[in-house]
Ligand binder design. Structure first.
Ligand code: GDP
Ligand code: MG
Length: 244
């Protein structure tokens, strides 16, 4: 099974090079065949150069340079449209995720699950330097999602998730332009009946660079996306009832 990693990047020159190199070293050690698709959104710093240099050393790296308008969701979607692997993982470019967790998620998919969700809030997880306000909003938002979708998955808003390639095809077309894509993909996969498991992961707050996620700007977009997929779920349930 080949692993395709999609990494969105916007002004990450200080961390992305080291992050990808550590990731690739771990994947090589585990003898996992891979491609790393970096989707760069018009970074004003040296992100592009850093990736271009690194891809000379590691041909498994593919760089996509997007044209404006920017957007986390737009970038992820473009990355997903270009994957060629059997398993797709979404990983951040700011060193927030651990290479070992990438391998663990990939192994879980190999066990047979359609989706593997990394959770920062389980026994065995470790979270470092998560801003307090974001943390509180995160827990409330995830509780809301858990109630709406009757699920034990308690970190749906976390982008760090892995899918069989067929799941990604089944959730298309995606609508989100921004960070709300982090809820759109897993919720749609759940509603469509794919199997999933969550495993504890470690997460580290960024040591350099600037956070691009503004909860104030994104809150409404997350809410609308959760409601949107919830309505899809209701429609599907209604259709199943009609056929009975
Ligand atoms: N391509 C692209 N990547 C983005 C955009 N916004 C954020 N990212 C990347 O998405 C990842 C997560 O963003 P980050 O700022 O760390 O969010 P936070 O951890 O929630 O504060 C990082 O790798 C960013 O470089 C964007 O508009 N386009
Ligand atoms: Mg981050």
């Amino acid at each position: 099974m080949k692993l395709s990693l999609v990494i969105p990047a916007h002004n990450e020159e200080t961390s992305i090079g080291r992050g990808i190199e550590e990731l690739i070293i771990e994947l090589s050690k585990e003898e996992i065949s891979y491609e790393v698709i970096v989707v760069n959104d018009n970074s004003r710093d040296n992100t592009r150069k850093v990736i271009e240099e690194l891809s000379k050393k590691y041909p498994g790296i593919k760089l996509i340079n997007r044209n404006p308008p920017n957007g986390f969701g737009r970038a992820i979607r473009e990355g997903l449209n270009n994957v060629t692997g059997d398993v797709v993982g979404i990983v951040m470019g700011d060193l927030s995720d651990e290479p070992k967790d990438v391998v663990r998620c990939f192994r879980k998919i190999q066990e047979g699950y359609d989706c593997v969700f990394g959770s920062r809030f389980m026994r065995g997880s470790k979270v470092k330097d998560y801003p307090l306000i974001k943390l509180v909003i995160n827990r409330i938002a995830n509780l809301f999602i858990q109630i709406m979708f009757l699920t034990k998955a308690n970190d749906i808003t976390n982008a760090f998730k892995f899918y069989k390639a067929g799941v990604i095809k089944a959730v298309m077309p995606l609508q989100s332009l921004y960070f709300n894509i982090t809820v759109e993909i897993p919720l749609k996969a759940m509603v469509r009946g794919f199997s999933y498991v969550q495993i504890p992961i470690n997460w580290y707050g960024r040591e350099s660079g600037v956070s691009k996620l503004s909860v104030r700007q994104m809150g409404r977009k997350y809410l609308f996306m959760v409601l949107y997929v919830w309505l899809e779920k209701m429609l599907l349930a209604d259709e199943i009832n009609r056929q009975k």
